[in-house]
Design a protein around this ligand. Structure first.
Ligand code: SF4
Ligand code: SF4
Length: 183
């Protein structure tokens, strides 16, 4: 199963807590391609006109500078049309091959907690206590660090663990009989 679909299935087991003031929409650049820009333009030409055209690694793309102009009262006004990077957050693809990063926001912390259980129960490879401490500390200071531009320790996950982790989540949620575990 491709990366994007797997991440979407993992996301289906979680809900962002209502206490989070949409930090991810206010602090980081949102990168998107031409097709995603066009979809947003159809939703709101006015807000799409605020999207910046830019180059990175010689590639042309676009970015929404924070805070996102599509955010209204801490809710996404284009939720069904939001770019892929918004659909995968707090997972993030990075430059390193075969791995992805997990940001330590509230949703990332919920996913991390389940990943620790998965690693213990299924892989029989406990996540080192040092990694757990580091992630928890990052979670506590996530918003402040991101705002200050300070680097944030993130969990590095192997991409090949994503599919079995998704299947693990599916099986434990079926067993629990309650797919929505977070408010
Ligand atoms: S993805 Fe993380 S930062 Fe964004 S709204 Fe959800 S909990 Fe908050
Ligand atoms: S498009 Fe929606 S989800 Fe994405 S950053 Fe903007 S408000 Fe947030």
């Amino acid at each position: 199963m491709p990366f994007f679909e797997t991440v979407q299935e993992i996301h289906s087991h979680y809900t962002c807590p209502s206490t989070c003031p949409a930090i991810c929409c206010k602090i980081a650049d949102i990168n998107l391609d031409e097709n995603e820009l066009e979809i947003l333009r159809q939703a709101s030409k006015y807000d799409a006109d605020k999207i910046v055209s830019c180059h990175k690694d010689r590639e042309h793309h676009y970015k929404i500078c924070p805070p996102c102009s599509f955010l209204e009262f801490n809710r996404c006004s284009v939720y069904e049309r939001r770019p892929n990077i918004c659909r995968t957050f707090p997972f993030n693809i990075c430059d390193m091959p075969d791995v992805l990063l997990l940001f330590p926001c509230d949703l990332g912390a919920s996913i991390f907690k389940d990943y620790v259980e998965y690693s213990n129960n299924m892989l029989k490879q406990p996540v080192p206590a040092k990694t757990i401490d580091s992630f928890e500390q990052s979670h506590c200071s996530f918003a402040i660090k991101l705002k200050e531009g300070v680097s944030i320790p993130m969990l590095v996950l192997k991409i090949d663990q994503l599919l079995p982790f998704k299947e693990y989540l599916g099986s434990i949620r079926r067993f629990q009989g309650n797919p929505e575990i977070h408010v």
